[in-house]
Design a protein around this ligand. Structure first.
Ligand SMILES: Nc1ncnc2c1ncn2[C@@H]1O[C@H](COP(=O)(O)OP(=O)(O)O)[C@@H](O)[C@H]1O
Ligand SMILES: [Mg+2]
Length: 240
């Protein structure tokens, strides 16, 4: 299988993926794509085309939490999703949900950043280093004692990106990270993505707004659950 052959080179490999919830119609159809290490890929498509469904498959929520019929192969960071447990995947692919309020569980920014590593039994000394590192990286140090729920939408988004980054995954997957944000906050998240790229992370952003992901290396355009086109933004723009 292609996924087995290119596993070492590819951070994400999706081969002949088909998916349906329960007895419903197929949501994802014959998807084939790979994302290389260090690449920044935007998966674009209109509302309802299956973007969040694809995210949930890539991070293991489907089928571990939400059920459905999956055929095909998906490998993330060398792990086959058929064999992966959700807890192993969290250290491989960090998933930033569309709605930050659904992801935030702690009363302070600092506790929110420590929550993941604490659950993975990382030592307190190491947690301190990772949390301080992320606070510094995203300019959140002055907000470390604040309630994340009371921050601006953009700052909240940075906290949720930080809360997956502390587990040090190679891949960061973001579901419509720009959608509720004003121009200034969008810029904050764009800068955060640039920081992730400089760290060598593989970044996948699922988005409906093309302008927000203009700086991606590659766009994959989804339409009704199928890939319509894929390539550098300038090339795909010529097709749509
Ligand atoms: N848990 C679910 N059960 C059944 N159908 C769902 C579920 N979640 C999403 N869908 C359906 O799957 C399709 C794709 O949804 P989604 O992946 O959320 O698209 P997008 O993120 O591109 O807006 C939609 O028709 C939606 O109604
Ligand atoms: Mg969605």
């Amino acid at each position: 299988m292609l996924c087995d052959i290119i596993n070492d080179m590819s951070k994400i490999c999706v081969e002949q993926l088909n998916f349906a919830y329960g007895n419903s119609r197929e949501i994802l159809k014959d998807l084939d794509f790979s994302v290389e290490e260090g690449e920044y890929v935007a998966i674009l498509g209109p509302s309802g085309c299956g973007k969040s469904t694809l995210c949930h498959i890539l991070c293991g929520i489907i089928p571990n939490v939400v059920d459905g019929r999956i055929t095909g192969e998906v490998h993330v960071g060398g792990i086959s999703l058929r064999e992966a447990e959700l807890k192993d995947l969290a250290k491989t692919i960090g998933f930033v949900m569309q709605d930050a309020d659904r992801q935030i569980v702690s009363a302070t920014v600092e506790d929110e950043l420590a929550f993941g590593p604490e659950n993975f039994c990382v030592s307190p000394e190491e947690i301190r280093i990772r949390v301080d590192g992320v606070l510094d990286l995203f300019g959140l140090t002055d907000m470390k004692d604040r309630d994340p729920n009371r921050l601006s939408a953009g700052e909240k988004k940075l906290v949720t990106i930080g809360s997956v980054l502390v587990l040090e995954p190679g891949v960061i997957l973001l579901d419509e990270p720009f959608s509720p944000l004003d121009k200034e906050n969008k810029q904050k998240v764009m800068s955060a993505i640039e920081i992730l790229r400089k760290q060598g992370k593989t970044v996948v952003v699922v988005e409906h707004d093309r302008d927000s992901v203009a700086r991606a290396d590659r766009w994959i355009l989804l339409e009704d659950g199928r890939i319509k086109s894929s390539g550098p933004p300038e090339m795909v723009k010529g097709i749509i």
